[in-house]
Design a protein around this ligand. Structure first.
Ligand code: ADP
Length: 494
């Protein structure tokens, strides 16, 4: 419930509840106390009223039965009427059916009131104006034999006079209780969550971003709590991300330094060997120079990969998207590689898609980089296979519902389970490749992942150790240039 509605309901309750309580108290208290307990002084007032009325009633009764002719004395009748009127009651006298005395206030009321009174039976209750009266009628006979009747109108209150202050007190108490209870409930529902939020803000101020805020209501404070929690989790993600970036940066610098240092140290060593005359034969010198050349090429390749990777990482590398038939493209690519694969004793096989052509929108040059990075890895890691083991690389093209999948399967040593989830990470090299002479920069598959994602696709790997590895990537089927750019942007945002 929103705070606005809560406050409105509270205000409404503050008006209605005391009244309800008052009615309940009045209904409960009236019959309990009426005429039975000396509660307050007012009770004595009420008793006095009853006493006087019973006194004057007794007197009227006595006169009617013992000395009815006194009702013919105007002074006496007037005095009786006055005594009744003093207690807001009335005395009516008739002789032979004719009204001989009636209170003035009765004459002031509506005409039909008099007939209501005359028609009423003894012990009836009637209402005259706003007042309630109980009727008591008695007949008697005057000494001359004429029929007389007197009617007593007792003004009675449904709530006795002595109850009035009690009800007033009950009203005050009920208002007080209602206000207290409602204020407590409303303030509790506002202050408690606000306190929790304050606690959360302090936690964040102290740098604890793991403190989860759990909103307990759906009102405005609950919504504030949800927004706050959202802000906390975003802040945490952003700080974690910055820390991760910082960590990556440090790791990158340390990896680059290490990877550049190793060939440079080797080159220095060989150059010193030549200068110091260790390479004292022509044959040795040539061997040293060849090693220097291969180390320099290794460095060149590393710098080249590093350069491309950093451009991809900073989103500085632009893509030249074109729509073309991937089947044709792959066939051409395989044909180009056939020679050098055969030279290495590797069978290169192509399994085309069921339906050709398969159109994709991609950057031809970058796609060639993806394929060579994956296939070069297969070549590189298959070198360690014992002689006689079949070396085969199978490239398959599969058409899926909304994308195209290229799978490159080799019969190499495979990738162990622990390494598999990390092979697309930058500078990641599984232990065996780290120590082997084949070990590369550890950037090859990270570049593959970057380029594939830059196309709006995904890259994945599967392997059975000892049997081979399968690196696969998807590319979206041909779509408009704008749609491709949009998809790529979504990928990068993600
Ligand atoms: P590297 O330059 O070390 O090859 P990559 O990023 O290309 O770096 O590959 C990451 C790691 O994944 C490699 O070090 C290697 O352990 C493993 N790997 C990749 N391709 C293959 C493969 N075809 N067969 C076995 N291991 C592979």
């Amino acid at each position: 419930m929103s705070i606005r509605v809560k406050l409105k309901l509270t205000l409404l309750a503050m008006v209605i509840v005391p009244q309800l309580l008052l009615i309940i108290v009045a209904l409960l208290v009236t019959p309990i106390f009426q005429g039975k307990v000396h509660v307050f002084k007012t009770y004595e007032v009420n008793q006095e009223l009853l006493l006087h009325l019973s006194e004057v009633t007794g007197e009227v009764k006595y006169v009617a039965s013992h000395d009815p002719d006194r009702f013919k004395e105007p002074e006496y009748v007037q005095s009786v009427m006055n005594r009744f009127e003093q207690w807001n009651s009335g005395f009516i006298l008739t002789e032979g059916g004719e009204v001989t005395a009636s209170p003035n206030w009765l004459a002031d009321t509506a005409k039909q009131t008099e007939s209501t009174v005359s028609k009423a039976q003894s012990a009836d209750n009637i209402k005259i104006g706003a007042e309630n009266y109980s009727i008591h009628k008695e007949t008697f006979t005057y000494s001359d034999g004429s029929a007389g009747e007197y009617t007593l109108l007792y003004n009675y209150e449904p709530i006795p006079v002595y109850m009035r202050p009690l009800i007033f007190i009950a009203l005050l108490i009920s208002i007080g209780v209602t206000h207290f209870v409602l204020s407590y409930l409303v303030s509790r529902s506002l202050i408690r969550p606000l306190d929790e939020l304050k606690g959360a803000v302090e936690q964040i101020k102290d740098g604890n971003l793991n403190f989860v805020v759990k909103p307990t209501s759906n009102d405005e404070i609950g919504q504030l709590g949800t927004a706050f929690e959202d802000m906390r989790s975003r802040l945490k993600t952003s700080i974690d991300q910055s820390l991760q970036y910082e960590e990556n940066r440090k790791e990158l610098i340390s990896n680059i330094s290490h990877d550049l240092k190793t060939p440079i140290t080797a080159i220095k060593g060989y150059v010193e060997g030549i200068l110091d005359g260790v390479a004292n034969t022509e044959e040795k010198r040539e061997k040293y120079i060849r090693t220097i050349y291969s180390k320099a090429s290794e460095m060149d390749k590393l710098i080249d990969e590093l350069f491309l990777f950093s451009k991809l990482d900073l989103n500085k590398e632009t893509y030249d998207f074109q729509s073309f038939d991937l089947h044709r493209y792959l066939s051409d690519y395989m044909e180009e590689r056939q020679f050098d694969m055969e030279k290495s004793g590797v069978i290169l096989e192509f399994v085309p898609a069921a339906n050709v052509p398969v159109h994709v929108t991609a950057d031809r040059e970058k796609l060639s980089r993806v394929l060579s990075n994956i296939i070069d890895n297969s070549l590189k890691y298959m070198k360690v296979l014992p002689a006689g083991r079949e070396k085969r690389v199978t490239v398959s093209l599969k058409e899926k519902e909304d994308c195209v999948k290229v799978e490159i399967q080799d019969t190499g040593p495979g990738i162990n389970k622990q390494a598999l989830p990390h092979i697309f990470d930058r500078f990641y090299r599984a232990e065996q490749s780290r120590s082997s002479a084949n070990g590369g920069s550890g950037l090859g598959l990270a570049i593959v992942k970057h380029i594939v994602e830059g196309h709006g696709g995904t890259a994945e790997a599967a392997s059975i150790e000892g049997q081979g590895s399968k690196i696969a990537f998807t590319l979206p089927k041909s779509m408009s240039k704008e749609a491709t750019v949009k998809k790529v942007e979504e990928n990068f945002d993600h």
